[in-house]
Write a protein that binds this ligand. Structure first.
Ligand code: SF4
Length: 299
């Protein structure tokens, strides 16, 4: 089981299409977030079941409390079970010291600095590169993560980014499709057609270099090579403690889209949440399509 745990909506960047509607400051979200003791309880629940945790956000390193929580997790769980998905900026010795203790660090970057991208703030790419280079230097397992939407999907830009990653020995490049969820619900035009995505996947297959290219599972679903694993292999936990069957099934307020809410941690039993999800809530079977996109298409 793999859990995407969005610890916070706080993020220094506030990208205009953020799937988590993340913002610069805490406290602007209309839902109450978990306090530290509740997060520790959830951590113990996840530790007991030996699930893999992807600490995400917002930026899970944006505030001291979440930083401490991840530090505590590294003392409780095996390193390979812990991943941190973060952004560049505010690089410090303390941050690198913490990241040395997790199994993998994923860093968002959609293009090289100087590429005109209105959906990412100035310096976003430069800060991401600074972090990636520091991770490589410290031999911390890491990947660059690129989301595909019309601005980022230019093949020339993608090739330039890829060869930069190869030249700087970034071990992995994760390719994600854009989901028009969260703040992106108001930007459906950023969604690429399936035909375009399939062509891009062929393009990625054809380029070669040191950096390994990995497609997000939902792209593999598109190719018919994988099936939706919502609530079977993966769930999402939101800053409020609400559990969602898929980490991408989010509305503008960072609450689950209709039909995806499974329960609430730490109050509900984790096992009961999964049992109910796979029973009466209809997530018992894998599907050969992405449930989030099917939901959005039927709205
Ligand atoms: S709903 Fe889509 S994104 Fe979520 S687990 Fe299924 S295939 Fe993946």
């Amino acid at each position: 089981m793999y859990v995407i745990w969005n610890l916070t909506n706080a993020c220094p960047w506030s990208c205009s299409f953020c799937c988590m509607s993340a913002r610069n400051e805490d406290g602007q979200v209309p839902v109450k977030n978990l306090d530290f003791s509740q997060k520790i309880k959830i951590l113990k629940i996840l530790q007991k079941r030996e699930v893999e945790i992807d600490f995400s956000g917002g930026d899970p390193l944006a505030n001291k409390e979440d930083f401490s929580l991840i530090e505590i997790a590294t003392g409780m769980m095996r390193r390979k079970l812990l991943c941190v998905s973060t952004t560049g900026g505010n690089l410090s010795e303390a941050k690198l010291k913490l990241l040395k203790k997790v199994g993998k660090v994923e860093v968002s970057i959609d293009g090289l600095p100087g590429e005109n991208n209105p959906f990412r703030p100035p310096n976003f790419s430069a800060a991401a590169i600074e972090l990636l280079l520091a991770l490589v230097k410290e031999e911390i397992p890491c990947s660059a993560v690129t989301t595909l939407y019309p601005v980022s999907a230019d093949q020339g830009s993608l090739e330039r980014l890829y060869y930069f990653l190869c030249a700087n020995h970034v071990p992995q490049w994760d390719i994600l499709r854009f989901y028009p969820v969260g703040r992106g619900l108001s930007l459906p035009n950023l969604r690429l057609t399936e035909e375009k995505l399939l062509r891009l996947m062929d393009f990625f297959d054809a380029i070669q270099g040191e950096t390994k290219i990995v497609f997000q599972h939902s792209l593999q679903v598109l190719r018919g090579e994988y099936q939706c694993h919502a609530a079977r292999e993966s769930i999402g936990i939101l800053p409020s403690g609400v559990v969602t069957a898929c980490g991408w099934a989010l509305d503008q307020n960072s609450t689950p889209l209709s039909g995806f809410r499974l329960g609430y941690l730490p109050e509900d039993s984790f096992d009961d949440i999964l049992k109910r999800a796979r029973g009466e809530l209809g997530f018992g079977e894998r599907k050969n399509y992405c449930r989030v996109l099917a939901h959005l298409n039927n709205r």
